[in-house]
Design a protein around this ligand. Structure first.
Ligand SMILES: C[S@@+](CC[C@H](N)C(=O)[O-])C[C@H]1O[C@@H](n2cnc3c(N)ncnc32)[C@H](O)[C@@H]1O
Length: 217
């Protein structure tokens, strides 16, 4: 675990699983002005967002044994861990090394294998692209800035297998719309389910949208 993060434990219940998640005590003290000036980077990875709980919960009803799952913007890794607990081969990605360090600690606590990979959606590494395609590409609360739509739409289209699916959990943010529009324009189908958030209710309210997107054909 990287030093200086004042780690605390949080219990996250997902169906039959009670995950003991370690996270920084507060995200606010982690804001790095230099990084923000560089690429508008903010430490949103440091908490389990309501969308992650909903996404992880939705994975419980999905047959995942032996399937390859990739999580974008995984933060502390809750959905990836649940996917692995259900038999998937999971890869959790984020653009913060510190997020991946905490994610690995959470993976170790859960006692399941989850790979981690440093991935910036704006400049995806060759290692990620070499690992495609994935049966399921997932992301929780990753569409919160207008500039996310283009790179994420492109990445999902490259990474999801022809028979596969992308699942994006979205706390009804306005910036989800341009992403969904791009996917529809590329011929992908979009099914949206409204799911009640089972955990902490914050400004995103009690309902999270779960967008399931499938390739054309
Ligand atoms: C709102 S947080 C959600 C974290 C986690 N999915 C959850 O729901 O608890 C957004 C996540 O996307 C990651 N992220 C933002 N921009 C990114 C980028 N350009 N490339 C990769 N990850 C990014 C952040 O570091 C953060 O972990």
């Amino acid at each position: 675990m990287p030093p200086g993060f004042d780690p605390v434990d949080e219990e996250v219940a997902v169906g039959p699983y009670l995950l003991r998640i370690v996270r920084p005590r507060t995200a606010e003290t982690l804001i790095d002005e230099a990084l923000f000036a560089l690429d508008e980077r903010l430490p949103y990875w440091a908490e389990v967002w309501p969308s992650a709980r909903v996404l992880a919960g939705a994975l419980l009803a999905e047959p995942l044994e032996g399937r390859r799952v990739l999580e974008l913007g995984a933060g502390l890794g809750v959905p990836s861990i649940v996917a692995a607990l259900r038999g998937a081969s999971a890869v959790a990605t984020d653009w913060y090394e510190e997020a991946l360090a905490f994610c690995r600690a959470n993976v170790a606590r859960a006692g399941v294998p989850v790979d981690t990979l440093l991935v910036d959606w704006f400049d995806p590494p060759a290692e990620l692209l070499a690992g495609q395609p994935f049966d399921l590409v997932i992301g929780a609360d990753v569409l919160y800035e207008p500039r996310h739509a283009g790179p994420l739409a492109e990445l999902v289209q490259r990474l999801v297998a022809p028979h596969g699916t992308g699942w994006i959990a979205d706390p009804r943010r306005p910036d989800a719309a341009p992403f969904l529009r791009r996917m529809a324009e590329a011929g992908w189908s979009v099914d949206t389910e409204e799911v009640r958030n089972p955990g902490r209710i914050d400004e995103s309210g009690p309902i999270i949208k779960l967008h399931r997107i499938r390739p054309p054909g």
